[in-house]
Design a binder for this molecule. Structure first.
Ligand code: GUN
Length: 288
């Protein structure tokens, strides 16, 4: 039987319509959420991600600003800019696009961002809160994946979630979010032995490695939910995932496509986090 396709673009539109209304309400309360995105250098993929983020903000009524810095920006220069954004009361969310040029240590920049404005959910304080089950800003791609699974009323509790990939941005935090939802979580990565044997045990298989079509039907248990986080370019220039959709779709119960899958949900969760940051910061401002 063919799998149900979880269209991230449709779910994203639904969430964005809801947020549009929420923003109209906030505006009446005098709260106008604002996101500032910082990009260093000219990486084309990063530039297109940043453009998509600011366009999404505009479309629903979040103020957005992009700060473009040259590739030879020093770590100290970037630290100074982030510190001034921390102090700026019109900025509720700060996002520094990764990767950064090699003269800038990413961890230094991430730790400079105020945890109150950390809409990416990358600051160690934010991650610590997520790890201990506290409310905080959840990283956008993992949070979007949880929302996609929940949107189909797929049970998570007690299910075996297998994550392939262990990046700080996706693999590690997505496993943690599913653990917080009472799943049993296994992480696989480049040094994992017998990968296929493990992925075949997954009720929910999440793949975030960046290797075109590495997951074929033989890696997937009949009826599994398959989430593809991969963004790869084929020879013809078109985007495709880490999952071989044509091969896996007949075996899975649910599957996410690439494009129009996880990607649009990532940006949607960034919008969500920015609104959340604005609410919390404005609340704090009014109390003090
Ligand atoms: N580079 C790739 N994905 C992301 C993301 O979610 N946030 C930031 N800041 N950089 C990225």
């Amino acid at each position: 039987m063919a799998a149900t396709v979880i269209w991230g673009n449709e779910l994203a539109s639904k969430f964005r319509e809801e947020m549009k209304l929420e923003l109209e309400g906030l505006k009446k309360e005098g709260i106008e959420p604002g996101l500032t995105v910082v990009i260093v250098g000219e990486d084309p993929a990063s530039k297109s991600y940043v453009k998509a983020k600011s366009k999404a903000c505009e479309q629903i009524g979040i103020r957005s600003k992009v700060i473009e810095l040259p590739a030879d920006t020093t770590e100290q220069e970037l630290v100074t800019i982030v510190q001034s954004l921390n102090k700026d009361e019109t900025v509720h969310g700060i996002l520094v696009q990764l990767p950064l040029p090699k003269q800038i240590r990413e961890e230094v920049i991430i730790e400079t961002i105020s945890p109150e404005k950390d809409v990416d959910g990358f600051h160690p304080t934010t991650i610590g809160k997520m790890l201990t089950g506290q409310d905080t800003f959840f990283p956008c791609t993992p949070f979007g994946i949880v929302k996609m699974v929940q949107s189909q009323n797929i049970p998570i509790e007690g299910k075996h979630v297998v994550v392939v990939g262990r990046s700080n941005i996706v693999g590690k935090p997505v496993g943690q979010l599913f653990l917080n939802e009472n799943a049993t979580v296994t992480y696989c990565h480049s040094r994992t032995k017998n990968l296929k044997e493990i992925t075949r045990q997954a009720d929910i298989l999440i793949v975030a490695v960046g290797r075109i079509h590495m997951i074929t039907a033989e890696y997937v248990k009949e009826g599994a939910v398959v989430i593809d986080v991969g963004v790869n370019r084929k020879d013809d220039g078109k985007l495709t995932g880490d999952v071989d959709f044509a091969s896996v779709e007949p075996v899975a119960s649910y599957i996410t496509p690439v494009p129009k899958g996880v990607g649009p949900m990532t940006i949607t969760m960034l919008l969500h986090n920015t609104i959340k940051a604005a609410r919390l910061l404005e609340q704090k401002e009014r109390i003090s």
